[in-house]
Design a protein. Structure first.
Lengths: 353, 282
Protein backbone atom coordinates (compact mmCIF):
# COMPACT_ATOMS: atom_id res chain seq x y z
CA UNK A 1 0.00 0.00 0.00
CA UNK A 2 2.60 2.49 1.16
CA UNK A 3 4.84 1.57 -1.73
CA UNK A 4 2.20 2.83 -4.14
CA UNK A 5 1.84 6.19 -2.45
CA UNK A 6 4.30 7.87 -4.81
CA UNK A 7 1.69 7.26 -7.54
CA UNK A 8 -0.77 9.66 -5.93
CA UNK A 9 0.89 12.97 -6.87
CA UNK A 10 1.43 11.65 -10.38
CA UNK A 11 -2.22 10.72 -10.63
CA UNK A 12 -3.33 14.11 -9.29
CA UNK A 13 -1.10 15.92 -11.80
CA UNK A 14 -2.55 13.85 -14.63
CA UNK A 15 -6.09 14.68 -13.52
CA UNK A 16 -5.27 18.37 -13.35
CA UNK A 17 -3.61 18.35 -16.74
CA UNK A 18 -6.47 16.55 -18.42
CA UNK A 19 -9.04 18.93 -16.96
CA UNK A 20 -7.00 21.96 -18.06
CA UNK A 21 -6.44 20.87 -21.61
CA UNK A 22 -10.10 19.98 -21.89
CA UNK A 23 -11.33 23.30 -20.58
CA UNK A 24 -9.29 25.43 -22.97
CA UNK A 25 -10.97 23.98 -26.04
CA UNK A 26 -14.54 23.11 -25.12
CA UNK A 27 -17.41 25.28 -26.25
CA UNK A 28 -20.51 24.65 -24.17
CA UNK A 29 -23.96 25.26 -25.58
CA UNK A 30 -27.38 25.47 -23.96
CA UNK A 31 -29.67 25.41 -26.95
CA UNK A 32 -32.85 23.97 -28.41
CA UNK A 33 -32.72 20.38 -29.66
CA UNK A 34 -31.42 20.13 -33.21
CA UNK A 35 -29.04 23.09 -32.91
CA UNK A 36 -25.98 20.99 -32.12
CA UNK A 37 -26.38 18.18 -34.62
CA UNK A 38 -23.09 16.44 -35.54
CA UNK A 39 -23.87 17.02 -39.24
CA UNK A 40 -22.73 20.63 -38.89
CA UNK A 41 -21.06 20.86 -35.46
CA UNK A 42 -18.50 18.21 -36.33
CA UNK A 43 -16.81 20.21 -39.07
CA UNK A 44 -16.61 23.23 -36.74
CA UNK A 45 -14.86 21.03 -34.18
CA UNK A 46 -12.33 19.90 -36.79
CA UNK A 47 -11.82 23.39 -38.14
CA UNK A 48 -11.13 24.94 -34.73
CA UNK A 49 -9.61 21.86 -33.02
CA UNK A 50 -12.09 22.15 -30.19
CA UNK A 51 -14.92 20.19 -28.68
CA UNK A 52 -18.53 21.34 -28.67
CA UNK A 53 -20.67 20.01 -25.87
CA UNK A 54 -24.38 20.76 -25.88
CA UNK A 55 -27.19 20.64 -23.35
CA UNK A 56 -30.76 20.99 -24.48
CA UNK A 57 -33.53 23.03 -22.95
CA UNK A 58 -37.18 21.98 -22.76
CA UNK A 59 -38.65 25.47 -22.76
CA UNK A 60 -37.64 29.12 -22.53
CA UNK A 61 -38.28 29.34 -18.79
CA UNK A 62 -35.78 26.60 -18.15
CA UNK A 63 -33.11 28.62 -19.98
CA UNK A 64 -33.80 31.78 -18.00
CA UNK A 65 -33.92 29.92 -14.69
CA UNK A 66 -30.59 28.22 -15.43
CA UNK A 67 -28.91 31.48 -16.36
CA UNK A 68 -30.33 33.35 -13.38
CA UNK A 69 -29.71 30.47 -11.01
CA UNK A 70 -25.99 31.05 -11.40
CA UNK A 71 -25.08 28.58 -14.14
CA UNK A 72 -24.45 31.39 -16.61
CA UNK A 73 -20.71 30.78 -16.40
CA UNK A 74 -21.16 27.13 -17.35
CA UNK A 75 -22.39 27.94 -20.83
CA UNK A 76 -20.78 29.88 -23.66
CA UNK A 77 -23.52 30.08 -26.27
CA UNK A 78 -27.30 30.07 -25.79
CA UNK A 79 -30.21 30.18 -28.25
CA UNK A 80 -33.05 32.09 -26.59
CA UNK A 81 -36.30 32.55 -28.49
CA UNK A 82 -38.11 35.82 -29.04
CA UNK A 83 -40.07 35.51 -25.77
CA UNK A 84 -37.10 35.76 -23.41
CA UNK A 85 -34.36 37.23 -25.64
CA UNK A 86 -35.07 40.80 -24.55
CA UNK A 87 -35.07 40.06 -20.85
CA UNK A 88 -31.85 38.05 -21.15
CA UNK A 89 -30.18 40.95 -22.96
CA UNK A 90 -31.55 43.56 -20.57
CA UNK A 91 -30.65 41.44 -17.54
CA UNK A 92 -27.01 41.44 -18.61
CA UNK A 93 -26.96 37.67 -18.78
CA UNK A 94 -25.63 37.89 -22.34
CA UNK A 95 -22.67 39.88 -23.62
CA UNK A 96 -23.09 42.73 -26.14
CA UNK A 97 -21.75 41.70 -29.54
CA UNK A 98 -19.03 43.27 -31.62
CA UNK A 99 -20.70 42.77 -35.00
CA UNK A 100 -17.47 43.42 -36.90
CA UNK A 101 -16.37 39.99 -35.72
CA UNK A 102 -19.38 38.35 -37.41
CA UNK A 103 -19.03 39.43 -41.08
CA UNK A 104 -21.94 37.29 -42.24
CA UNK A 105 -24.33 39.32 -40.06
CA UNK A 106 -24.90 41.63 -43.04
CA UNK A 107 -26.28 38.77 -45.12
CA UNK A 108 -29.04 38.00 -42.63
CA UNK A 109 -32.63 38.85 -43.41
CA UNK A 110 -33.19 42.58 -42.64
CA UNK A 111 -36.72 41.69 -41.43
CA UNK A 112 -35.04 39.89 -38.54
CA UNK A 113 -32.02 42.08 -37.84
CA UNK A 114 -34.17 45.21 -37.77
CA UNK A 115 -36.35 43.87 -34.93
CA UNK A 116 -35.87 45.52 -31.52
CA UNK A 117 -35.81 42.09 -29.79
CA UNK A 118 -32.12 41.89 -28.95
CA UNK A 119 -31.26 45.60 -28.93
CA UNK A 120 -30.77 47.22 -25.56
CA UNK A 121 -29.29 50.71 -25.12
CA UNK A 122 -28.16 50.72 -28.74
CA UNK A 123 -26.17 47.52 -28.37
CA UNK A 124 -26.89 44.26 -30.18
CA UNK A 125 -26.90 41.13 -28.00
CA UNK A 126 -27.88 38.39 -30.41
CA UNK A 127 -27.65 37.11 -33.96
CA UNK A 128 -30.88 35.85 -35.57
CA UNK A 129 -30.42 32.18 -36.30
CA UNK A 130 -33.59 30.27 -37.23
CA UNK A 131 -37.29 30.90 -37.09
CA UNK A 132 -40.41 28.84 -37.43
CA UNK A 133 -43.93 28.07 -36.23
CA UNK A 134 -45.36 25.68 -33.63
CA UNK A 135 -47.47 23.69 -36.09
CA UNK A 136 -49.95 20.92 -35.44
CA UNK A 137 -48.33 17.55 -36.06
CA UNK A 138 -50.63 14.60 -36.72
CA UNK A 139 -50.60 10.93 -37.60
CA UNK A 140 -51.99 10.74 -41.18
CA UNK A 141 -53.47 7.29 -40.51
CA UNK A 142 -55.81 8.94 -37.98
CA UNK A 143 -56.72 11.98 -40.08
CA UNK A 144 -57.79 11.59 -43.72
CA UNK A 145 -57.16 15.28 -44.36
CA UNK A 146 -55.27 17.91 -42.40
CA UNK A 147 -57.19 19.06 -39.30
CA UNK A 148 -58.53 22.56 -39.93
CA UNK A 149 -58.68 23.85 -36.41
CA UNK A 150 -56.86 23.48 -33.11
CA UNK A 151 -60.32 22.60 -31.77
CA UNK A 152 -59.91 19.00 -33.00
CA UNK A 153 -57.61 18.43 -30.04
CA UNK A 154 -60.72 18.78 -27.83
CA UNK A 155 -62.68 16.22 -29.89
CA UNK A 156 -64.10 13.63 -27.43
CA UNK A 157 -63.18 10.93 -29.95
CA UNK A 158 -59.50 11.66 -29.29
CA UNK A 159 -59.73 10.79 -25.62
CA UNK A 160 -56.23 9.95 -24.39
CA UNK A 161 -54.83 10.31 -27.89
CA UNK A 162 -53.13 13.72 -27.94
CA UNK A 163 -50.16 15.36 -26.29
CA UNK A 164 -49.67 18.93 -25.10
CA UNK A 165 -46.40 20.81 -24.81
CA UNK A 166 -45.45 21.49 -21.19
CA UNK A 167 -44.93 25.14 -22.07
CA UNK A 168 -46.78 28.46 -22.11
CA UNK A 169 -47.36 27.95 -25.86
CA UNK A 170 -50.22 25.67 -24.91
CA UNK A 171 -51.71 28.59 -22.96
CA UNK A 172 -51.36 30.85 -26.03
CA UNK A 173 -53.00 28.20 -28.21
CA UNK A 174 -56.05 27.94 -25.96
CA UNK A 175 -56.28 31.75 -25.95
CA UNK A 176 -56.29 31.70 -29.76
CA UNK A 177 -59.18 29.22 -29.82
CA UNK A 178 -61.08 31.51 -27.48
CA UNK A 179 -60.44 34.36 -29.93
CA UNK A 180 -58.36 36.50 -27.57
CA UNK A 181 -55.91 37.18 -30.41
CA UNK A 182 -58.51 39.31 -32.21
CA UNK A 183 -58.06 42.08 -33.17
CA UNK A 184 -54.53 42.30 -31.80
CA UNK A 185 -52.40 39.11 -31.71
CA UNK A 186 -49.97 40.61 -29.20
CA UNK A 187 -52.82 40.41 -26.67
CA UNK A 188 -51.88 36.72 -26.35
CA UNK A 189 -48.83 37.76 -24.39
CA UNK A 190 -50.72 40.17 -22.18
CA UNK A 191 -53.95 38.39 -21.21
CA UNK A 192 -56.13 39.80 -18.44
CA UNK A 193 -57.03 37.81 -15.34
CA UNK A 194 -60.52 37.01 -16.70
CA UNK A 195 -59.03 35.84 -19.97
CA UNK A 196 -56.49 33.68 -18.14
CA UNK A 197 -59.29 32.13 -16.10
CA UNK A 198 -61.17 31.31 -19.28
CA UNK A 199 -57.99 29.81 -20.74
CA UNK A 200 -57.50 27.70 -17.64
CA UNK A 201 -61.04 26.37 -17.88
CA UNK A 202 -60.57 25.57 -21.56
CA UNK A 203 -57.30 23.73 -20.87
CA UNK A 204 -58.77 21.73 -18.00
CA UNK A 205 -61.41 20.54 -20.50
CA UNK A 206 -58.56 19.35 -22.72
CA UNK A 207 -57.05 17.14 -20.02
CA UNK A 208 -59.07 13.94 -20.63
CA UNK A 209 -57.64 13.93 -24.15
CA UNK A 210 -54.03 14.36 -23.06
CA UNK A 211 -52.12 11.12 -22.84
CA UNK A 212 -48.88 12.72 -21.71
CA UNK A 213 -47.39 16.20 -21.68
CA UNK A 214 -44.20 16.43 -23.69
CA UNK A 215 -41.20 18.45 -22.61
CA UNK A 216 -38.46 17.45 -25.04
CA UNK A 217 -38.60 17.01 -28.80
CA UNK A 218 -37.38 13.44 -28.55
CA UNK A 219 -40.21 12.63 -26.17
CA UNK A 220 -42.89 13.82 -28.60
CA UNK A 221 -41.30 11.89 -31.49
CA UNK A 222 -41.38 8.78 -29.30
CA UNK A 223 -45.01 9.29 -28.32
CA UNK A 224 -45.99 9.32 -32.02
CA UNK A 225 -43.70 6.45 -32.88
CA UNK A 226 -45.13 4.22 -30.13
CA UNK A 227 -48.67 5.10 -31.22
CA UNK A 228 -49.48 6.62 -27.87
CA UNK A 229 -50.88 9.76 -29.52
CA UNK A 230 -52.14 10.94 -32.93
CA UNK A 231 -51.92 14.75 -32.72
CA UNK A 232 -50.03 17.47 -30.86
CA UNK A 233 -48.55 20.90 -31.12
CA UNK A 234 -44.87 20.46 -31.94
CA UNK A 235 -41.94 21.86 -33.87
CA UNK A 236 -41.01 21.21 -37.51
CA UNK A 237 -38.02 19.31 -36.04
CA UNK A 238 -40.27 16.44 -34.93
CA UNK A 239 -42.02 16.28 -38.29
CA UNK A 240 -38.57 16.00 -39.88
CA UNK A 241 -37.47 13.28 -37.46
CA UNK A 242 -40.67 11.28 -38.00
CA UNK A 243 -40.41 11.59 -41.78
CA UNK A 244 -36.86 10.24 -41.64
CA UNK A 245 -38.11 7.04 -40.02
CA UNK A 246 -40.99 6.85 -42.55
CA UNK A 247 -43.68 7.48 -39.98
CA UNK A 248 -46.93 8.65 -41.63
CA UNK A 249 -46.81 12.19 -40.32
CA UNK A 250 -48.46 15.43 -41.41
CA UNK A 251 -47.90 19.04 -40.39
CA UNK A 252 -50.31 21.93 -40.69
CA UNK A 253 -51.04 25.42 -39.42
CA UNK A 254 -54.73 25.43 -38.45
CA UNK A 255 -57.07 28.28 -39.37
CA UNK A 256 -56.62 30.03 -36.02
CA UNK A 257 -52.94 30.47 -36.97
CA UNK A 258 -50.24 29.55 -34.51
CA UNK A 259 -47.47 30.96 -32.38
CA UNK A 260 -43.86 30.82 -33.50
CA UNK A 261 -40.43 31.96 -32.53
CA UNK A 262 -37.31 33.66 -33.75
CA UNK A 263 -34.25 32.11 -32.16
CA UNK A 264 -31.12 34.15 -31.64
CA UNK A 265 -27.63 33.00 -30.80
CA UNK A 266 -26.07 34.84 -27.89
CA UNK A 267 -22.78 34.67 -26.02
CA UNK A 268 -23.23 34.55 -22.25
CA UNK A 269 -21.79 37.37 -20.20
CA UNK A 270 -19.76 34.90 -18.15
CA UNK A 271 -18.27 32.97 -21.07
CA UNK A 272 -14.55 32.38 -20.84
CA UNK A 273 -14.31 31.29 -24.48
CA UNK A 274 -15.57 34.44 -26.19
CA UNK A 275 -13.14 34.18 -29.14
CA UNK A 276 -14.23 30.65 -29.91
CA UNK A 277 -17.87 31.65 -29.35
CA UNK A 278 -17.60 34.45 -31.93
CA UNK A 279 -16.17 31.97 -34.44
CA UNK A 280 -19.04 29.63 -33.66
CA UNK A 281 -21.66 32.35 -34.23
CA UNK A 282 -20.06 33.30 -37.54
CA UNK A 283 -19.94 29.63 -38.55
CA UNK A 284 -23.57 29.01 -37.59
CA UNK A 285 -25.04 31.85 -39.67
CA UNK A 286 -23.05 31.31 -42.84
CA UNK A 287 -25.20 30.10 -45.71
CA UNK A 288 -23.71 26.59 -45.91
CA UNK A 289 -24.25 25.80 -42.22
CA UNK A 290 -27.72 27.34 -42.28
CA UNK A 291 -28.71 24.92 -45.05
CA UNK A 292 -27.46 21.99 -42.93
CA UNK A 293 -29.35 23.20 -39.84
CA UNK A 294 -32.47 23.44 -41.98
CA UNK A 295 -31.97 19.87 -43.18
CA UNK A 296 -31.96 18.65 -39.59
CA UNK A 297 -34.67 20.85 -38.11
CA UNK A 298 -36.98 21.91 -40.92
CA UNK A 299 -36.80 25.49 -39.59
CA UNK A 300 -36.44 28.54 -41.79
CA UNK A 301 -32.89 29.97 -41.92
CA UNK A 302 -32.18 33.57 -40.97
CA UNK A 303 -29.69 33.78 -43.85
CA UNK A 304 -31.68 33.89 -47.10
CA UNK A 305 -28.58 32.95 -49.07
CA UNK A 306 -28.95 29.41 -47.72
CA UNK A 307 -31.58 29.04 -50.47
CA UNK A 308 -28.85 28.74 -53.12
CA UNK A 309 -27.98 25.29 -51.73
CA UNK A 310 -31.58 24.09 -51.75
CA UNK A 311 -33.82 22.57 -54.40
CA UNK A 312 -36.82 24.55 -55.64
CA UNK A 313 -39.06 22.25 -53.58
CA UNK A 314 -36.95 22.84 -50.49
CA UNK A 315 -37.30 26.59 -50.87
CA UNK A 316 -41.06 26.23 -51.30
CA UNK A 317 -41.46 23.93 -48.28
CA UNK A 318 -39.73 26.49 -46.09
CA UNK A 319 -41.89 29.27 -47.58
CA UNK A 320 -38.73 31.18 -48.48
CA UNK A 321 -40.43 32.22 -51.72
CA UNK A 322 -43.34 33.76 -49.86
CA UNK A 323 -42.05 34.82 -46.46
CA UNK A 324 -44.40 37.77 -45.89
CA UNK A 325 -47.57 35.81 -46.46
CA UNK A 326 -46.35 32.86 -44.40
CA UNK A 327 -45.46 35.08 -41.46
CA UNK A 328 -49.07 36.36 -41.37
CA UNK A 329 -50.01 32.95 -39.95
CA UNK A 330 -47.37 33.03 -37.25
CA UNK A 331 -47.60 35.18 -34.14
CA UNK A 332 -44.03 35.35 -32.95
CA UNK A 333 -43.50 34.91 -29.23
CA UNK A 334 -43.06 38.14 -27.35
CA UNK A 335 -41.97 39.07 -23.90
CA UNK A 336 -44.74 38.18 -21.41
CA UNK A 337 -44.77 40.86 -18.69
CA UNK A 338 -46.74 38.66 -16.30
CA UNK A 339 -44.87 35.45 -16.96
CA UNK A 340 -45.11 34.34 -13.30
CA UNK A 341 -48.92 34.58 -13.44
CA UNK A 342 -48.98 32.59 -16.71
CA UNK A 343 -46.79 29.93 -15.12
CA UNK A 344 -49.06 29.76 -12.08
CA UNK A 345 -52.11 29.21 -14.32
CA UNK A 346 -50.23 26.53 -16.24
CA UNK A 347 -49.20 24.77 -13.01
CA UNK A 348 -52.82 24.78 -11.88
CA UNK A 349 -53.88 23.21 -15.16
CA UNK A 350 -51.24 20.53 -14.77
CA UNK A 351 -52.28 19.72 -11.22
CA UNK A 352 -56.04 19.74 -11.92
CA UNK A 353 -57.73 16.34 -11.80
CA UNK B 1 -9.54 5.50 27.34
CA UNK B 2 -9.00 7.27 24.07
CA UNK B 3 -7.10 10.49 23.94
CA UNK B 4 -9.06 13.65 23.43
CA UNK B 5 -7.42 14.39 20.10
CA UNK B 6 -8.30 10.92 18.83
CA UNK B 7 -11.92 11.44 19.75
CA UNK B 8 -11.97 14.82 18.08
CA UNK B 9 -10.39 13.31 14.97
CA UNK B 10 -13.11 10.71 14.59
CA UNK B 11 -16.09 12.91 15.44
CA UNK B 12 -15.07 15.96 13.48
CA UNK B 13 -15.42 14.64 9.91
CA UNK B 14 -19.00 13.38 10.31
CA UNK B 15 -19.94 16.51 12.22
CA UNK B 16 -18.46 18.67 9.47
CA UNK B 17 -20.22 16.62 6.86
CA UNK B 18 -23.61 16.98 8.54
CA UNK B 19 -23.12 20.71 8.99
CA UNK B 20 -21.88 21.50 5.50
CA UNK B 21 -24.11 19.18 3.53
CA UNK B 22 -27.28 19.06 5.64
CA UNK B 23 -27.69 21.84 8.18
CA UNK B 24 -26.34 24.72 6.10
CA UNK B 25 -28.37 23.84 2.95
CA UNK B 26 -31.52 23.42 5.06
CA UNK B 27 -30.88 26.78 6.68
CA UNK B 28 -30.49 28.37 3.24
CA UNK B 29 -33.79 26.81 2.12
CA UNK B 30 -35.39 28.11 5.30
CA UNK B 31 -34.16 31.68 4.69
CA UNK B 32 -35.18 31.62 1.04
CA UNK B 33 -38.72 30.67 2.04
CA UNK B 34 -39.17 34.11 3.63
CA UNK B 35 -37.88 36.09 0.65
CA UNK B 36 -39.73 37.02 -2.52
CA UNK B 37 -39.30 37.53 -6.25
CA UNK B 38 -39.65 40.97 -7.81
CA UNK B 39 -41.62 41.43 -11.06
CA UNK B 40 -38.25 41.80 -12.78
CA UNK B 41 -37.41 38.29 -11.57
CA UNK B 42 -34.80 39.20 -9.02
CA UNK B 43 -34.85 37.71 -5.54
CA UNK B 44 -35.72 40.33 -2.92
CA UNK B 45 -34.05 39.76 0.42
CA UNK B 46 -36.69 41.27 2.68
CA UNK B 47 -38.64 39.15 5.12
CA UNK B 48 -42.21 38.20 4.31
CA UNK B 49 -44.67 35.42 5.13
CA UNK B 50 -46.24 35.71 1.67
CA UNK B 51 -44.93 32.38 0.42
CA UNK B 52 -46.60 30.50 3.24
CA UNK B 53 -49.85 32.44 2.68
CA UNK B 54 -49.61 31.61 -1.02
CA UNK B 55 -49.29 27.93 -0.11
CA UNK B 56 -52.63 28.09 1.68
CA UNK B 57 -54.31 30.44 -0.81
CA UNK B 58 -53.59 28.55 -4.05
CA UNK B 59 -55.34 25.20 -3.59
CA UNK B 60 -53.06 23.38 -6.01
CA UNK B 61 -50.17 23.03 -3.60
CA UNK B 62 -52.06 21.39 -0.75
CA UNK B 63 -54.11 19.26 -3.12
CA UNK B 64 -50.98 17.99 -4.80
CA UNK B 65 -49.35 17.36 -1.44
CA UNK B 66 -52.31 15.26 -0.32
CA UNK B 67 -52.33 13.40 -3.62
CA UNK B 68 -48.62 12.69 -3.24
CA UNK B 69 -49.26 11.38 0.27
CA UNK B 70 -52.02 9.15 -1.05
CA UNK B 71 -49.71 7.76 -3.74
CA UNK B 72 -46.95 7.26 -1.15
CA UNK B 73 -49.42 5.50 1.17
CA UNK B 74 -50.41 3.07 -1.58
CA UNK B 75 -46.76 2.39 -2.40
CA UNK B 76 -46.07 1.83 1.29
CA UNK B 77 -48.91 -0.69 1.71
CA UNK B 78 -47.98 -2.57 -1.46
CA UNK B 79 -44.29 -2.67 -0.54
CA UNK B 80 -45.17 -4.09 2.88
CA UNK B 81 -47.53 -6.65 1.37
CA UNK B 82 -44.78 -7.77 -0.99
CA UNK B 83 -41.78 -7.25 1.28
CA UNK B 84 -43.07 -8.94 4.44
CA UNK B 85 -43.92 -12.38 3.02
CA UNK B 86 -40.66 -12.31 1.08
CA UNK B 87 -38.64 -11.50 4.17
CA UNK B 88 -40.56 -14.05 6.22
CA UNK B 89 -39.97 -16.79 3.69
CA UNK B 90 -36.29 -15.94 3.43
CA UNK B 91 -35.76 -15.80 7.16
CA UNK B 92 -37.67 -18.92 8.17
CA UNK B 93 -37.98 -21.21 5.18
CA UNK B 94 -35.31 -20.51 2.58
CA UNK B 95 -32.71 -22.72 4.28
CA UNK B 96 -29.54 -23.01 2.27
CA UNK B 97 -30.73 -20.74 -0.52
CA UNK B 98 -31.09 -17.79 1.85
CA UNK B 99 -27.98 -16.04 0.57
CA UNK B 100 -28.98 -16.49 -3.06
CA UNK B 101 -32.49 -15.14 -2.54
CA UNK B 102 -31.14 -12.26 -0.53
CA UNK B 103 -28.81 -11.30 -3.39
CA UNK B 104 -31.69 -11.60 -5.87
CA UNK B 105 -33.65 -9.03 -3.88
CA UNK B 106 -30.66 -6.70 -3.67
CA UNK B 107 -29.50 -6.87 -7.29
CA UNK B 108 -32.28 -4.65 -8.72
CA UNK B 109 -30.93 -1.88 -6.48
CA UNK B 110 -27.78 -1.86 -8.60
CA UNK B 111 -29.74 -1.02 -11.74
CA UNK B 112 -30.20 2.68 -12.36
CA UNK B 113 -33.56 4.12 -11.42
CA UNK B 114 -33.95 5.59 -14.92
CA UNK B 115 -33.38 2.27 -16.63
CA UNK B 116 -36.07 0.67 -14.49
CA UNK B 117 -38.52 3.49 -15.17
CA UNK B 118 -37.93 3.23 -18.92
CA UNK B 119 -38.30 -0.53 -18.72
CA UNK B 120 -41.81 -0.08 -17.32
CA UNK B 121 -42.51 2.31 -20.18
CA UNK B 122 -41.78 -0.38 -22.76
CA UNK B 123 -43.77 -2.94 -20.80
CA UNK B 124 -46.88 -0.85 -20.15
CA UNK B 125 -47.15 1.28 -23.32
CA UNK B 126 -49.97 1.06 -25.88
CA UNK B 127 -47.60 -0.84 -28.16
CA UNK B 128 -45.86 -2.34 -25.14
CA UNK B 129 -45.14 -5.91 -24.16
CA UNK B 130 -48.17 -6.30 -21.89
CA UNK B 131 -50.74 -4.77 -24.21
CA UNK B 132 -49.43 -6.72 -27.20
CA UNK B 133 -49.70 -9.93 -25.18
CA UNK B 134 -53.23 -9.12 -23.96
CA UNK B 135 -54.36 -8.50 -27.53
CA UNK B 136 -52.58 -11.59 -28.79
CA UNK B 137 -54.49 -13.84 -26.40
CA UNK B 138 -57.70 -11.92 -27.23
CA UNK B 139 -58.29 -10.74 -23.69
CA UNK B 140 -58.93 -7.30 -25.08
CA UNK B 141 -59.36 -5.73 -28.50
CA UNK B 142 -57.85 -2.29 -27.78
CA UNK B 143 -54.77 -1.53 -25.77
CA UNK B 144 -55.48 -0.73 -22.14
CA UNK B 145 -54.51 2.90 -21.80
CA UNK B 146 -54.71 3.07 -18.03
CA UNK B 147 -51.55 0.99 -17.80
CA UNK B 148 -49.14 3.78 -18.74
CA UNK B 149 -49.20 7.53 -18.10
CA UNK B 150 -51.49 7.02 -15.14
CA UNK B 151 -51.36 6.90 -11.33
CA UNK B 152 -51.35 3.12 -11.74
CA UNK B 153 -48.01 3.26 -13.57
CA UNK B 154 -46.55 5.57 -10.94
CA UNK B 155 -47.63 3.38 -8.01
CA UNK B 156 -46.43 0.23 -9.76
CA UNK B 157 -43.00 1.66 -10.59
CA UNK B 158 -42.47 3.16 -7.15
CA UNK B 159 -43.53 -0.13 -5.54
CA UNK B 160 -41.05 -1.99 -7.71
CA UNK B 161 -38.28 0.43 -6.79
CA UNK B 162 -38.95 0.77 -3.06
CA UNK B 163 -39.98 -2.78 -2.10
CA UNK B 164 -36.33 -3.73 -1.38
CA UNK B 165 -36.16 -0.76 0.98
CA UNK B 166 -39.16 -2.13 2.89
CA UNK B 167 -37.82 -5.66 2.69
CA UNK B 168 -34.39 -5.01 4.21
CA UNK B 169 -35.39 -3.73 7.70
CA UNK B 170 -38.16 -6.34 7.97
CA UNK B 171 -35.71 -9.08 7.11
CA UNK B 172 -33.21 -7.73 9.63
CA UNK B 173 -35.81 -7.68 12.41
CA UNK B 174 -37.01 -11.21 11.58
CA UNK B 175 -33.41 -12.47 11.65
CA UNK B 176 -33.02 -11.03 15.13
CA UNK B 177 -35.94 -12.97 16.61
CA UNK B 178 -34.47 -15.67 18.86
CA UNK B 179 -35.51 -19.00 17.38
CA UNK B 180 -36.00 -20.38 20.93
CA UNK B 181 -39.09 -18.21 21.26
CA UNK B 182 -40.62 -19.68 18.11
CA UNK B 183 -39.76 -23.20 19.24
CA UNK B 184 -41.16 -22.55 22.70
CA UNK B 185 -44.40 -21.38 21.16
CA UNK B 186 -44.56 -24.51 19.02
CA UNK B 187 -43.71 -26.79 21.93
CA UNK B 188 -46.48 -25.27 24.01
CA UNK B 189 -48.90 -26.32 21.29
CA UNK B 190 -49.56 -23.10 19.45
CA UNK B 191 -50.52 -23.71 15.79
CA UNK B 192 -48.19 -21.98 13.25
CA UNK B 193 -50.65 -19.19 12.60
CA UNK B 194 -50.91 -18.38 16.27
CA UNK B 195 -47.13 -18.45 16.64
CA UNK B 196 -46.87 -16.00 13.80
CA UNK B 197 -49.60 -13.76 15.11
CA UNK B 198 -48.61 -13.74 18.79
CA UNK B 199 -44.82 -14.10 18.61
CA UNK B 200 -43.23 -13.34 15.24
CA UNK B 201 -45.34 -10.43 14.04
CA UNK B 202 -45.18 -8.37 17.26
CA UNK B 203 -41.42 -8.88 17.43
CA UNK B 204 -40.96 -7.75 13.83
CA UNK B 205 -42.99 -4.55 14.20
CA UNK B 206 -39.92 -2.27 14.51
CA UNK B 207 -38.72 -3.58 11.14
CA UNK B 208 -42.15 -3.09 9.60
CA UNK B 209 -42.30 0.48 10.88
CA UNK B 210 -38.82 1.22 9.54
CA UNK B 211 -39.64 -0.35 6.16
CA UNK B 212 -42.95 1.49 5.92
CA UNK B 213 -41.22 4.78 6.72
CA UNK B 214 -38.60 4.19 4.04
CA UNK B 215 -41.18 3.36 1.38
CA UNK B 216 -43.45 6.26 2.31
CA UNK B 217 -40.83 8.97 2.67
CA UNK B 218 -38.87 7.99 -0.43
CA UNK B 219 -41.95 7.82 -2.67
CA UNK B 220 -43.42 11.03 -1.23
CA UNK B 221 -40.47 13.02 -2.54
CA UNK B 222 -40.15 11.24 -5.87
CA UNK B 223 -40.40 13.27 -9.05
CA UNK B 224 -39.00 11.08 -11.81
CA UNK B 225 -41.69 8.40 -11.86
CA UNK B 226 -44.56 10.92 -12.19
CA UNK B 227 -42.52 12.85 -14.78
CA UNK B 228 -41.79 9.83 -16.95
CA UNK B 229 -44.78 7.58 -16.33
CA UNK B 230 -47.48 9.74 -14.76
CA UNK B 231 -50.32 11.06 -16.87
CA UNK B 232 -51.28 14.68 -17.48
CA UNK B 233 -52.78 14.81 -13.98
CA UNK B 234 -50.19 12.66 -12.29
CA UNK B 235 -47.80 15.30 -11.02
CA UNK B 236 -46.61 15.07 -7.43
CA UNK B 237 -45.45 17.75 -5.05
CA UNK B 238 -41.79 17.42 -6.06
CA UNK B 239 -42.69 18.15 -9.68
CA UNK B 240 -44.21 21.42 -8.52
CA UNK B 241 -41.06 22.24 -6.57
CA UNK B 242 -38.94 21.41 -9.63
CA UNK B 243 -41.02 23.66 -11.85
CA UNK B 244 -40.98 26.47 -9.29
CA UNK B 245 -37.20 26.31 -9.09
CA UNK B 246 -36.58 25.47 -12.73
CA UNK B 247 -39.18 27.06 -14.96
CA UNK B 248 -40.92 29.71 -12.88
CA UNK B 249 -37.78 30.98 -11.14
CA UNK B 250 -39.77 31.32 -7.95
CA UNK B 251 -37.16 29.95 -5.56
CA UNK B 252 -38.79 31.45 -2.43
CA UNK B 253 -42.13 29.69 -3.00
CA UNK B 254 -40.32 26.48 -3.94
CA UNK B 255 -38.29 26.79 -0.75
CA UNK B 256 -41.46 27.29 1.31
CA UNK B 257 -42.96 24.08 -0.10
CA UNK B 258 -39.68 22.23 0.43
CA UNK B 259 -39.52 23.39 4.01
CA UNK B 260 -43.07 22.19 4.71
CA UNK B 261 -42.16 18.84 3.16
CA UNK B 262 -39.08 18.71 5.34
CA UNK B 263 -41.15 19.33 8.48
CA UNK B 264 -43.60 16.64 7.42
CA UNK B 265 -40.85 14.10 6.82
CA UNK B 266 -38.99 14.92 10.03
CA UNK B 267 -42.29 14.56 11.91
CA UNK B 268 -42.86 11.16 10.33
CA UNK B 269 -39.34 10.00 11.16
CA UNK B 270 -39.80 11.14 14.75
CA UNK B 271 -43.10 9.28 15.00
CA UNK B 272 -41.69 6.11 13.52
CA UNK B 273 -38.73 6.30 15.88
CA UNK B 274 -41.16 6.47 18.81
CA UNK B 275 -43.17 3.54 17.46
CA UNK B 276 -40.07 1.45 16.88
CA UNK B 277 -38.92 2.06 20.41
CA UNK B 278 -42.31 1.24 21.85
CA UNK B 279 -42.35 -2.11 20.08
CA UNK B 280 -38.68 -2.87 20.42
CA UNK B 281 -37.74 -6.31 21.69
CA UNK B 282 -37.20 -6.11 25.43
Amino acid sequence: MVRCLWLLPLFATLLLLSSCSKKSATLTLLVWEGYADPSFVHSFEEQEHCKVSASYMGNSDELVAKLRGGSAGNYDVISPSSDVATSIAAGELAAPLDLSRIPTYNQLSPQLTSLPLVRVNGKVFGVPFMWGPNPMIYDTTAFAKPPESWAVLWDPKLRGKISAWDDLSTVYMAAQILGFDKPDPSQLYNLSDEQLDAVKKKLVELKPNIRKMWSTGGELTNLFQNHEIVAAMGWPLMTNQLRKINFPVGETIPKENTTGWIDHLMITAGSENKDLAYKFLEYMVNAGTQKKVTDVTGYTPANPQAAQFMTADGVKNLHLDDVDNYQKHIYFWQNVPRRAKYNEIWNEVKAAQ
Amino acid sequence: MFSRSYRAAITLPPLLWVTVFLLVPYAIVFFYSFWSVSPGQAIVHSWTLNNYCELLRVGVYLQTLFRSMWIAARVMILSLLLGYPLAYHLSFHAGKRKELFYQLVIIPLWVSYLVRAYAWKTILGSDGVLNTLLQYVHLTSHPWNFLLYSPFAVVLTLTHIYTPFAFLPIYASLEHIPRDLVEASNDLGAPPLQTFWRVILPLSIPGVVAGATFAFVLSLGDFLAPLLLGGPSGIMISNIVVSLFGAAYNWPLGAAISFCMLLLVVGLLFLSERLERKWAFR
